[in-house]
Design a protein around this ligand. Sequence first.
Ligand SMILES: N[C@@H](CCC[C@H](N)C(=O)O)C(=O)O
Length: 258
Amino acid sequence: MQVDFYKYQGTGNDFIFIDNRQDIFPKNDTKLISKLCDRRFGIGADGLILLENDSEVDFHMDYYNSDASQSMCGNGGRCAVAFAKYLGMIPEKTTFRAIDGIHDAGIDSENVVTLQMHDVTEVREKPAYSFLNTGSPHHVQIVEGLEKFDVKKEGAKLRYGMYGESGSNINFVEQQNEDSFDVRTYERGVENETLSCGTGVTAVAIAMHKIGKTQSNKININTKGGDLAISFETSNGAYSDINLIGPTQQVFKGEITW
Ligand SMILES: N[C@@H](CCC[C@H](N)C(=O)O)C(=O)O
């Protein structure tokens, strides 16, 4: 079987995209998904995304981590909007379905995508960390010396040690100023640090506001792969109108044979 694939990156979180509107991809073949994402034996990516038809909204984003597990992906969602625009499926505004439900989004002429995330009503606040779900589960922990921090080792320790079988993504944060934070994320399903995680930086922005590290409702996050912004409204400790904003890029296209 031969199909076209496209590679996108959103602040260095990279994805293989396949136009699956004709239902051509064998999505139950988890070995194939992992192989395609393998950086030595495959194309190489943090995840694979199938763009599919949906009867109610513009499209369905079917996201797989590189180990073929599934969850919501913020950067993947932003790149899916850029891919749908590239395929001529949507204008500048869209509504699409992901594993956590329906999302609104917009894309500008520079391929900067604004993705609306779901409301967050619960942030678990502990002395050393916060935990919340922004479509995917996220542990958020402030550290000193983030640049030299061993994200893979410490992230894996928490992911497997604290969160049981299903695990969590682990975000390490260092504040730069009132509304700006550096973030590095260990992603479950990739089982390594990625250059950026969209649901992760969204979780960090909300957690930092919730614990009083910032009063701002527009937060800038610097990741290894680039800069993202998160805006939100807050009322009675709940967060709504949450938007994840940042660049997307198609980096190449090719053909897969399996
Ligand atoms: N990179 C993603 C998050 C992908 C899902 C995550 N690894 C999980 O399994 O929870 C993002 O940009 O949000």
